[in-house]
Design a protein around this ligand. Structure first.
Ligand SMILES: C[S@@+](CC[C@H](N)C(=O)[O-])C[C@H]1O[C@@H](n2cnc3c(N)ncnc32)[C@H](O)[C@@H]1O
Ligand code: SF4
Ligand code: SF4
Length: 368
């Protein structure tokens, strides 16, 4: 019921109303070097310039005044910040529901206890498959075991504190490396006692789509998702089995991420092109990088909306650069939007319902 109310509110907020969610990329430091990821390449050297807890408190107060109640802490790897639990506690006390996205490997028993007592609402641990596959994606042997150990320590900390939070989710990024192992992902989640499981096809941005994604004369899209020498998009054959997997799995778990994949064509999956028709993210979310530069979304990171060290959040939220982007997106989405990581969030309520209904009908047709 709460989810439905949130979806209706989000639908109404598409009229570019109040700020809903703030995402803080707390750091570009990471202890891993995953094959599909460009985030960690963006600025390790400047870790001493990262936003301080005091700056973050000020930003959160401003965000709260603009209506935001959801805070996502991400990175590169947010758990590399020694002050993470304090930031979570502070945000919770300022009225935010706090979500952390992590690779899970740095979740020690003591950090787990601190995060539980700080009031963390939700944590998403990225796990891309069974041990050998996850380690291959994440570029190092033993990463799966560390992440699994982290999840177990968090579960133990929750139990010890008699707390039902944080809810523990698992997120699987689908690429050519794990496409043939997806049927084993559900078992991994069950074995780890995970409460929710989401899937997302890897985003890769061809250079031509980056350079043609412009707001006026400015190239707005950044280079984070430009693939290296080898693309990690699934082959055509893998794309078909991803689609079939999603169709089968969504009968048991009709989650939006699975229903979305189930409705894509194998051609679109192999090309990594999402059928995004509108943007609801820029209307209600903001992302700040570790140094306080605000971006409209993770793909438009070469179109800064402002700098929180020089301006207030309200000035940025109500500023001309955001208004200009908004006008552009209302006319037509940018080429890069076909690669949008938020493609599921961008679905209208009507399309979500249609996906759900068509998934149910497909399930019924197969089993009858
Ligand atoms: C950039 S990471 C940051 C948080 C944390 N370090 C982690 O790995 O979860 C956030 C999520 O993005 C996913 N990701 C990385 N590269 C991606 C890509 N090219 N396309 C889509 N998702 C990607 C990761 O698997 C992870 O689930
Ligand atoms: S996906 Fe996460 S863990 Fe992997 S390199 Fe990127 S930021 Fe680090
Ligand atoms: S990439 Fe996604 S979030 Fe960014 S402007 Fe395009 S549709 Fe919106």
């Amino acid at each position: 019921m709460r989810r439905l109310l949130r979806a209706i509110r989000k639908e109404m907020d598409l009229g570019w109303g109040s700020l809903g969610t703030v995402t803080l990329g707390l750091t570009y430091r990471c202890n891993l070097r995953c094959s599909m990821c460009g985030t960690w390449k963006k600025g390790t050297a400047r870790s001493q310039d990262e936003l301080t807890p005091e700056e973050i408190s000020r930003i959160l107060d401003e965000a709260h005044a603009l209506g935001a109640r959801e805070l996502t802490l991400v990175g590169a790897e947010p758990l590399t910040r020694k002050d993470l639990a304090g930031i979570v506690r502070d945000a919770k006390q300022r009225g935010f529901s706090v979500h952390v996205v992590t690779n899970g490997t740095l979740l020690t028993p003591s950090l787990s206890s601190e995060l539980v007592s700080a009031g963390l609402g939700r944590i998403t641990v990225s796990i891309d498959g069974p041990p050998e596959i996850h380690d291959e994606v994440r570029g190092r042997a033993g990463v799966f075991e560390s992440a699994a150990g982290g999840i177990r320590s968090l579960e133990a900390a929750r139990k010890e504190a008699g707390s039902s939070t944080p809810l523990i989710g698992m997120h699987c990024t689908i690429s050519s490396i794990n496409a043939d192992s997806l049927t084993r992902v559900q078992r991994v989640a069950e074995d780890l006692g995970i409460e929710s499981l989401s899937y997302q096809l890897i985003s890769e941005s061809p250079e031509g789509e980056v350079s043609s994604s412009r707001v006026g004369d400015e190239v707005a899209a950044g280079s984070e998702f430009i693939p290296g020498d080898d693309s990690l998009l699934p082959s055509r054959a893998q794309a078909e089995s991803i689609r079939d997997f999603a169709r089968e799995q969504s009968k048991r778990d009709p989650s939006p991420s699975l229903l979305y994949l189930a409705a894509m064509t194998p051609e679109a999956i192999a090309a990594g092109r999402f059928p995004v028709r509108r943007c609801s993210v820029v209307g209600r979310e903001l992302i700040a990088d570790p140094f306080g530069v605000v971006m409209p979304c993770s793909h438009l990171d070469d179109y800064p909306l402002g700098d929180l060290r020089k301006q207030s959040l309200r000035q940025i939220w109500e500023g001309e650069r955001r208004a200009r982007l908004r006008r552009v997106l209302k006319r037509r989405l940018l080429p890069i939007c076909a690669r949008c990581c938020h493609h599921v969030s961008n679905l209208s309520l009507r399309r979500k319902v249609a996906l759900y209904v068509s998934g149910r009908l497909r399930g019924a047709a197969r089993t009858s």
